[in-house]
Design a protein around this ligand. Structure first.
Ligand SMILES: Cc1cc2nc3c(=O)[nH]c(=O)nc-3n(C[C@H](O)[C@H](O)[C@H](O)COP(=O)(O)OP(=O)(O)OC[C@H]3O[C@@H](n4cnc5c(N)ncnc54)[C@H](O)[C@@H]3O)c2cc1C
Length: 239
């Protein structure tokens, strides 16, 4: 279990925001990242689960996923386009998917998250309590503003999605993945595994300027090479 110092379960967003103003307080989503740390700490958690932020709603032009919807909720929702659902189904092991939330996914900004890359190509923006709404790309680059709470992510659900990925085995988290979308605004492309977070790139020059850190799964040069191949595959799949 996490060695957090205190646990709060507010009943309203206002209460959650005022609790977060206290020292050492952080938001608790599904807890899959927070609870993976077994070091004793002075962290106090503000649990969002009683706030009713887990709904998933869609119209023809907008999909809204509440911050405490789990990755399993997204994978199983008939409000979510098939391409996004398929990617959500492959994100993390099933035991984590039933706990991990969309808000936690965004705040964690995991560089290997194919679901975050898919949200990026859908032009996602992030609703925040305690701050103005922000494009997802800005939240990933800058982090969640201090003492703000992600309440939902909104995106354009239309268009065609195609993704390509390479992992050490088909079941592993991909070393690099490319997600491409053809929408009303044209083609968009995002990559994982090539920067500190998933990023959008120019479909005409997907690897220009990339300098990814290497690790035991793949050197920097290997990742750039792979990104070029996978970007071409994902873009080719849109035709
Ligand atoms: C074994 C393991 C494997 C993992 N594999 C993957 C993987 O393959 N791909 C991947 O992307 N991630 C992976 N993760 C990371 C993690 O599971 C995901 O990022 C997950 O989506 C986090 O969601 P959560 O709701 O559990 O977040 P939590 O653990 O509750 O919180 C994580 C962070 O997000 C903040 N936060 C949570 N909700 C909000 C909110 N609504 N507003 C503001 N801040 C918020 C918290 O304060 C905390 O800083 C893995 C983690 C573990 C332990």
């Amino acid at each position: 279990m996490p060695l957090v110092a205190a646990y709060f379960r507010p009943d309203s967003l206002d209460e959650a925001l005022s609790l977060l103003a206290g020292p050492h307080r952080i938001v608790l989503g599904g807890g899959t990242t927070i609870n993976s740390d077994r070091q004793r700490s002075d962290v106090e958690v503000v649990d969002l689960q009683a706030l009713g932020l887990d709904s998933i709603e869609s119209s023809e032009t907008e999909l809204r996923i509440g911050a405490t919807a789990t990755l399993a909720d997204v994978a199983g929702s008939d409000q979510v386009p098939d391409g996004l659902r398929a990617i959500a189904r492959r994100e993390s092991p099933s035991t984590l998917r039933t706990l991990a939330t969309i808000g936690g996914l965004i705040a964690s900004a995991h560089p290997d998250s194919v679901l975050l890359a898919a949200l990026l190509v859908h032009g996602a923006s992030v609703d925040l309590a305690g701050s103005e709404a922000m494009p997802l790309a800005s939240v990933l680059a800058q982090g969640v503003p201090s003492q703000a709470i992600i309440t939902a992510v909104r995106l354009d659900p239309t268009g065609v999605l195609c993704h390509a990925a390479t992992g050490r085995t088909p079941a592993d988290v991909p070393i690099v993945a490319a997600v491409a979308r053809a929408g009303a605004g044209g083609i968009s492309l995002a990559l994982t595994g090539v920067a500190a977070t998933p990023i959008t790139v120019d479909p005409d020059d997907p690897v220009g300027g990339l300098a990814p850190p290497g690790d035991f799964r793949g050197s920097s040069g290997y990742r750039v090479e792979l990104a070029g191949v996978l970007a071409a595959r994902a873009l080719g799949g849109l035709r």
